[in-house]
Design a protein around this ligand. Sequence first.
Ligand code: HEM
Length: 392
Amino acid sequence: MTGTSGKPTRDLLFPDLSDVIDERIAWFQHQHKNEPLRHRAEYNMWEVFRYEDVQTVLKNPETFSVTDKTHMGLPFSFGRADIEEHRFLRGFVARSFVPSTIEGQAPAFASMVDALLEPALASGKLEVLGDLGYPLMDHVIGHLFGLRIPGPGRFRQWSDQMFGQLVGIFQPDHAEVVGMLTEQLDERKREPTGDLMSALLAARAEDDRLPEKKIIHMCLDLVTAGNAPLSLFLSYTFARFCADPAFYQALRRDPALIPGAIEEVLRFDFSWFNLWRTARHDTELAGYQIKAGSYIVAWDSAANFDESRFPQAHRFDITRSPNPHLPFGQGMYICLGLPLVRTLGRVVLERVVRTFEEIRADPDRPMRTQERMIDYVVSLDTLVTPAKASVP
Ligand code: HEM
């Protein structure tokens, strides 16, 4: 429960998360009412549950720092860089994630999705993560950043390593992926290509705040950060299709419901996420006195079930509006991939509802999850029935 350096590790939070979603929501809401901040003195840690308080933590990096999020052992990443450096580094990559730029890629994404769905038309089978989520992200990342992605499987392994480390279940060795990125950086040094790495190298020539090591680690963040959560998002959505065929048919009949469905899956199904910070100085939050150096666990997932923001929060409602959910965080460290998740998620679901009349869980291959983590889906095998005619 504490690592070698004495800092708390994420696995100490697992026991509180019931496998049953209704119980989990009940626990979050119990905390909202009875113990909005929980002090766990043995870990020098405060857990924060209410929407307003989670928002305060995330939006005030001057008080709640990201730089010592707990010892995740990750190589340097701009997601953990302190305020000034983060602003500087994020500026370089943010332009690749401007919503209109990403939206302009929708036709290219649609072709990628169609190509990945094609084998399922013939076989009647689709494993959501291995056949769709991860290979799609390989193509998308290669396409957006101009990076050469090694053969299938490798990239997934690296992405899982990174994500698993973030959520506290692995302590992997990143040497291989860092080696691959270093090789590509060397190629760009010899021959710039106009891609993200080349642009970072050009910027480095003029600014010594961008050493090569940081370029590599930024690229590592970008190529691996989103693959597991995006694939998980698809697995959660498909699991809902399997459990509730009427939900799937509603989206088929009216694809305009897809964006609202995406937002509600994001609010509801990442109900295990939490974001870590450290108090820089003594401070007060919601009437509680927090000492400098305390670890702060902002339960963004609990905030997503706070009745003060989400009336009837326990109801899965794809028409919910507004839906100011927090699974991407908030403030200056908010997930950079958010516009990509929205556009790519929409494109995938639009293509899926056109392509398949029905989606069912494969009774011979039950969904598999990581040991001890029911939310971390490893495979979801489905049986799909091709549509007789495309729905409009
Ligand atoms: C459903 C899918 C996703 C979820 C739920 C998600 C969630 C998150 C969260 C919670 C953070 C940390 C925020 C914080 O520390 O305050 C984050 C950061 C980040 N995410 Fe995502 N993410 C998703 C997909 C993606 C994708 C597809 C990409 C890119 C290809 C991506 C790239 C990043 C990057 C680069 C950061 C660091 C941002 C920064 O500190 O400036 N994410 N994400």
